[in-house]
Write a protein that binds this ligand. Sequence first.
Ligand SMILES: [Zn+2]
Ligand SMILES: [Zn+2]
Length: 337
Amino acid sequence: MGTSVNTRGARPWWRTLILWIDSNSVVDNPKEGIDYVRILPFIGMHLMCFGVFWVGVSPIAVGVAIALYLIRMFAITGFYHRYFSHRAFKTSRLVQFIFAVIGSSSVQRGPMWWAAHHRGHHRHSDTELDPHSPNSGFWRSHVLWFLQQENFATRQERVRDWAKFPELRALDSYDLLVPVLLAVSLFFFGGWVAEQFPASGTSAAQMLIWGFFVSTVALYHGTFTINSLAHRFGRRRYETGDTSRNNALLALITLGEGWHNNHHRYPASARQGFYWWEYDITYYLLRLMAAVGLIWDIRPVPERVLAQGRSQGQTKDRPNDQAANPTPNNPVNHSDS
Ligand SMILES: [Zn+2]
Ligand SMILES: [Zn+2]
């Protein structure tokens, strides 16, 4: 970690390849715009999904794809987001590491990179400093932001609290390692199933395409909707000074993250569905983990915030409620506490 690649002046394309292996090698003077060599794996992930036309489909391959979507979505929402970005509960170093590894198999970089950018989003919501401001257009907020060279490096100053864990720093630097291990394991698992249960209709390649590529790409776009759609479509309960919204459909596909206006109102809470009818599967699973002692000190939503929400009801839009008018109510600092 930390081989310093000098990025002053033109960087030959082959030096960018080093970044695929050691993400932290880029540190100085990132160029503006999209780095096409660096994003080839991201494009490749999408192209590989077309492999379904060659490898066919079987119930077990689709089942594995769905299971991996759900498990990894929980690792992203419960741990990358609520734990690593907002410290909404406490856990042991072992559980922290296990879910950092599962999260890292989602091919959304390491936990420190993810948390650093997300903390920036809360601190500078919808402004120019927001890495995925919705004001920069749908595609920028959905995917283009992390394809820019300037957002490749982890903003270390925002995640100093995690830097003391060498295992987390390693996951951040070598962020392709876990995804590659998952892909290879799925390939061999598919081959084993095909051999043991020929009637299952699966194969090594089929398990790889469905279990890794299709599942991961679905997981990508499910996660990214919170940065793009959840700042555009839905209802607002709180005047948060940004464009965040509550959206029941997005809460379904992201296991509870769609209550995004709630979340911007009080980011420090482990809970994003504030009321019983706002289903928040991530929160239910976290409660389950707390019940068996795997996590503890879950941070609740303060009663005053719940009472404020009850008295206001939800509206589709609130007038004069844009990023240009931040309110004192916006507790952005909770994200870093
Ligand atoms: Zn947001
Ligand atoms: Zn957040």
